[in-house]
Write a protein that binds this ligand. Sequence first.
Ligand SMILES: Nc1ncnc2c1ncn2[C@@H]1O[C@H](COP(=O)(O)OP(=O)(O)OP(=O)(O)O)[C@@H](O)[C@H]1O
Ligand SMILES: [Mg+2]
Length: 373
Amino acid sequence: MIVKNIKIKNFRNYETLQIDFNDNINIVYGKNGSGKTNLLESIYVLAFTKSHRFLIGNNLIKTGTDTAVVKGTILNNISYNLEVILSKNNKQVKIDNDEVKKIGDYIDKTNIVVFYTEDLELIKGIPSIRRKYLNSELSQISINYFNVLTDFNKLLKMRNDYLKKISDGEKVDLNYFDILTEYFVAKSVFIYQMRDKFIQKLNKICPKIYQKITGHEGFEIVNHPSVNFTDYKAETLKKELTAMLEDNFDKELKLKTTLYGPHRDDFDFILNGQNLKNYGSQGQQRVAVITLKLSEIEILKDYKQTSPIVLLDDVFSELDIQKRESLLTYINHDCQVIITTTDLDSIDKSLLENAKLINIDNGKVVKGDEINE
Ligand SMILES: Nc1ncnc2c1ncn2[C@@H]1O[C@H](COP(=O)(O)OP(=O)(O)OP(=O)(O)O)[C@@H](O)[C@H]1O
Ligand SMILES: [Mg+2]
């Protein structure tokens, strides 16, 4: 999949902007605060109708204006025009000028892999960030997972409400609670199996990428569920999660919440047996997250039968020259890549020859064959 061009209006620090991209490597460079990350974000919003950045405010509309518009031409076997119109309380999306009511039909059309600096929180941050990652990746590749997860979240909330009621001494139907638990376990089993398969898939791809970038072996992702399962067969998962919930019923009543299940899971980034969260250097942590992101290229290619657009925000900071070069060599294959950097000198000259260079300053393109309307 390729984004041919983008037109932005009143989005973050951009008033109006129009850019044509090339089909391979595009490098967006400029000073801190010029709008490089915002430009990548606009492509993400064009694809998914919302932002992926979770640390920064979700204020996509330019301060002092009412409506942000992001338009773009996407090539995915055929070419079509996407448009997202965001106002304070409303969002409108269009394909080829026709309004699309179901967001699911819209986002199904696109295929993107993105790395932002704040994705480093995937290693450093709290477990819910990692769960959110798994959920969003699996939802992208399986609508079934998305549906089961939606049911699971409803059941979890109902079960927690029930625990609270029982704990507060309200008269409730305990048979109903058992049925809730049974459904909760059934949905959990599906989620566990999908996550396990996904992590196995990551472990087929990630160690190779990590090795290509760093020259080092021994990278893996280790699943860390809240229950120590013997194996991931449906029967085992069902039996062991049910037993855990039964054994800890009193504890759950005391804390008024469900203590075991996929909403309590985690996974770790491991290098030669050591957890990168505690032992990794900044650079190692960065390569680990980039590795995870790049592995999605292969996974998405498999599922969607087309290469994703790869958006890499400030990937080079904290990497030594050798790693920058290996990373660039790795990504320089059949995907369209859009990279941001403050420092053009940090990029290998041979790569610049084939790349489109886009210089941004204060929300405007200052160099390149672009027009600021
Ligand atoms: N809703 C908004 N309206 C107007 N300006 C905004 C809005 N949201 C963010 N900005 C501005 O956008 C600018 C930051 O842009 P961005 O994060 O894209 O910069 P950058 O080029 O990636 O910088 P760095 O090199 O530091 O990562 C900031 O000056 C910020 O105040
Ligand atoms: Mg930035």
